[in-house]
Design a protein. Structure first.
Length: 279
């Protein structure tokens, strides 16, 4: 399918939930098993969570696994899996070299069902926060570089806007993606248990409601080698803000049927995006 318009049809998509560790090949084996479930359930597109291929004991461990765009074992696996399963794969985030030896990009890469790389989005907003009450401190910018380009792509489900985790707290990014024709957003994540319990559902539903767009939000769950606990609750939200599929914990392919014309139809019937007066 090409262009920004989607045919009026229903298709199935999946959000992949997992608990990644520091064994890259074991993580990819888990991904493969979950992609097979999605393919067996007739999905046409899957979204993997943030850090699906590797979650180390220290933040800088990922630097040893960073790849050049277009080459490397993680990308080789994704190309092969997309072809074998006939799936579009939005590879939540994987480490790409940034040109700085002490920092990599967190990149969301999209492969079509032929294994062709269609897009690469580099995470723009880095998670530098202190949760003093819970004695948690995060500094993604210490080992990651900021991306600088907003990316939307024509996909099998229509125009898809790419983002990663902490990006969800910046609604202006999603409004720009909607202005570029996006009718669905991928938001792969590794939300902390603390911030997830407080904000996960409301943020995902808000991004869907205010843009009248689907949200596909796979997450990490459980405890990882660095001691971080992630929230899970991978979900898919429709353009009216309804959660149409969700799983709280455990490895899963969270599957939902979506109407590829729903976003465009709602934007005509409820034209809030045309009523803005701030430009």
């Amino acid at each position: 399918m090409t262009g920004k318009e989607s045919p009026d049809r229903t298709v199935r998509v999946a959000a992949i939930q997992m608990c990644s560790g520091n064994d890259k090949w074991r993580n990819l084996a888990t991904v493969d098993a979950l992609l097979k479930i999605a393919a067996d359930r007739d999905c046409c597109l899957t979204v993997l969570p943030e850090n699906f291929a590797f979650a180390g004991s220290a933040d800088n461990d990922k630097l040893a696994h960073a790849e050049e765009e277009g080459a490397g074992p993680i990308q080789d696996y994704l190309r092969d899996a997309a072809r074998r399963y006939g799936l579009w794969i939005v590879a939540g985030s994987l480490p790409l070299r940034s040109g700085q030896p002490d920092r990599c990009f967190g990149a969301s890469m999209v492969f079509d069902e032929q294994g062709v790389l269609r897009a690469c989005y580099r995470k723009m907003h880095l998670f530098d926060v202190d949760l003093a009450e819970h004695k948690e401190r995060y500094r993604e910018s210490a080992t990651m570089a900021h991306g600088g380009q907003v990316v939307a792509i024509d996909s099998v489900i229509g125009r898809l806007g790419l983002s990663i985790c902490y990006d969800v707290r910046f609604p202006e990014l999603y409004r720009q993606l909607a202005d570029d024709g996006a009718v669905a957003f991928s938001i792969p994540a590794a939300f902390t248990s603390v911030t997830g319990a407080a904000h996960w559902h409301v943020l995902m539903r808000a991004r869907a409601i205010e843009n009248l767009a689907y949200v596909i939000a796979p997450g990490q769950f459980g405890q990882h080698p660095n001691g971080r606990n992630t929230y899970g609750h991978s979900l898919i939200v429709d353009p009216w803000g309804r959660v149409i599929a969700e799983q709280a914990s455990g490895e899963a392919a969270v599957v939902a049927e979506i109407d590829t014309a729903m976003s465009s139809r709602l934007r005509q019937e409820f034209p809030a995006l045309q009523h803005r007066r701030l430009k």
